[in-house]
Design a protein around this ligand. Sequence first.
Ligand code: GRG
Length: 312
Amino acid sequence: MTAAVTSTDSPSTGDAPGFDFAAYLEQARLSVERALDGSLGPERPESLREAMRYSLLAGGKRLRPILCLAACELAGGDSALAMPTAVALEMIHTMSLIHDDLPAMDNDDLRRGMPTNHKVYGEANAILAGDALLTRAFEMVALRSPGVPAEQLLKVVGELSLASGAPGLVGGQVVDLECEGKDVDLDTLEYIHLHKTGALLRSCVLTGALIAGAPEALLEALRTYARGIGLAFQIIDDILDVTASSEVLGKTAGKDLTADKTTYPKLLGLEESRQRADALVAEAKAALEPFNGGGKAAPLLALADYITSRDR
Ligand code: GRG
């Protein structure tokens, strides 16, 4: 995948003149879709494979794998080598959506514009499809990443473990569930989102960069970038839950209010929430400026803007 697609008559971002973000995003999304489509093979029985494919290939923005590929390119790596890890990240994300939608969690019927996994395959199969996607993600890295040195893959496995487990997704989800129906302050809300949403986004950029053998200074800048976009992503998610329709979102709108969840709009109001998201994106982008020689960081800078401008 090439990093910069130039065109004179396509939209471009202000960060790198001539960089056509729309074309970049579409090209990256298509290559991720192809890799996801080819990623499931040996799963048996067929019913398990079908339930895994149903959610993995249900669309979605594919933001996490694209962040991984873009970070690999920024660090001077070949993004083709990062594709198995990019697929692994989407598998972990998809697992978390399947489990999040279960009756014992958010109890939702609609995801990515389709009935949720448990509505189609039953609760037990949905749990198992999620489990199989999570473990398959680690297989993608450990056994299906040709050309990447074992030492780098070990670091990637470490990052994915931290993002998926108690220090990341699971820890954030537990605190989120415990806080339902309670008064939650801004610090607790930030804790929930940095773990539930931010940890996986952090591992997207870190794993991409680790595969390229990035130096510590760039990894540190990417941690700051990920913190900013992770929180901004969740603030926008909270705003869209109030302002967008289920049809556009592809998931049930207005869920936060129904579940009596504390959200950024509830604590700060819509206007201040949006301002906070914009400020976080500005911080995220500033962290990458020292590494933007020749517009190399243009995709990650544009992805940060995309997070606050998205409508779904
Ligand atoms: C079992 C290891 C294990 C973990 C599961 C259920 C759970 C623990 C965590 C929930 C994590 C979760 C669903 C967080 C919400 C993140 C979020 C805002 C998702 C929406 O992401 P988008 O908008 O969705 O990128 P698409 O569909 O575009 O991919």
